[in-house]
Write a protein that binds this ligand. Structure first.
Ligand code: PRP
Ligand code: 7HP
Length: 185
């Protein structure tokens, strides 16, 4: 049962709004410097990466464009189903473009691995990954993250784009969801 006050469902705050925003500014500066003289095409993975992409993009000082892809992997559960399929494909061709995949979290790696294979098959000039969170303890498929915000422990987190059953995305911080909310006690 999700209560009406979202904050009450949070066991502890893992990353404050300030910590998140400071780290995104650092990532934006590094990416802008690495891609100096080039144009960058950001690909946001819906829906969780929307806030991260929007904030990251505002810290990029190079010319850039963006597109979005939606992949199904979790449904209503907190565990990966292992099932990955495209719900919404890219709108634009990525041939010859420098692509940066923007993810909110890398957990098992199944989603990112699938997206990387798909993107690479479409002949971009280059592909890199920028993820806000990495939960390495849960990895099933190894994936390289070129730009990482934070490594986090194996707890189910919500906020700043991350959801449980489509809720909590609007929290400005990242918090550990109380296990009783999803029957994880
Ligand atoms: C979440 C998250 C990543 C993926 C990571 O997406 O946004 O895309 O799971 O998990 P994995 O590494 O185990 O594949 P989800 O399918 O929950 O959709 P959402 O972004 O719409 O919340
Ligand atoms: C996906 C996901 N979504 C929300 N919170 C987490 O901790 C997650 N891991 N993988």
């Amino acid at each position: 049962m999700v209560s009406t006050d979202l904050h009450r469902d949070i066991e502890s705050v893992l990353l404050t709004e300030e910590q998140i925003q400071r780290r995104i500014a650092e990532l934006g500066a590094r990416i802008s410097s690495d891609y100096a003289g080039k144009e960058l095409h950001l690909i946001g993975v819906l829906r969780g990466a929307v806030m991260f992409l929007a904030d990251l993009m505002r810290h990029l000082t190079i010319p850039c464009s963006c597109d979005f892809i939606a992949i199904a992997s979790y449904g209503m559960d907190t565990k990966s189903s292992g099932v990955v399929r495209i719900l919404k494909d890219l709108d634009d061709s990525i041939q010859g473009k420098h692509v940066l995949i923007v993810e909110d979290i890398v957990d098992t790696g199944l989603t990112l691995n699938y997206i990387l294979n798909l993107i690479r098959s479409r002949n971009p000039a280059s592909v890199r990954v920028c993820a806000l969170l990495d939960k390495p303890e849960r990895r099933i498929v190894p994936v390289e993250i070129h730009y990482l915000g934070f490594t986090i422990p194996n707890r189910f987190v919500v906020g700043y784009g991350l959801d449980y059953a489509q809720k909590y995305r609007n929290l400005p911080y990242i918090g550990v969801l109380r296990p009783e909310i999803y029957g994880g006690v």
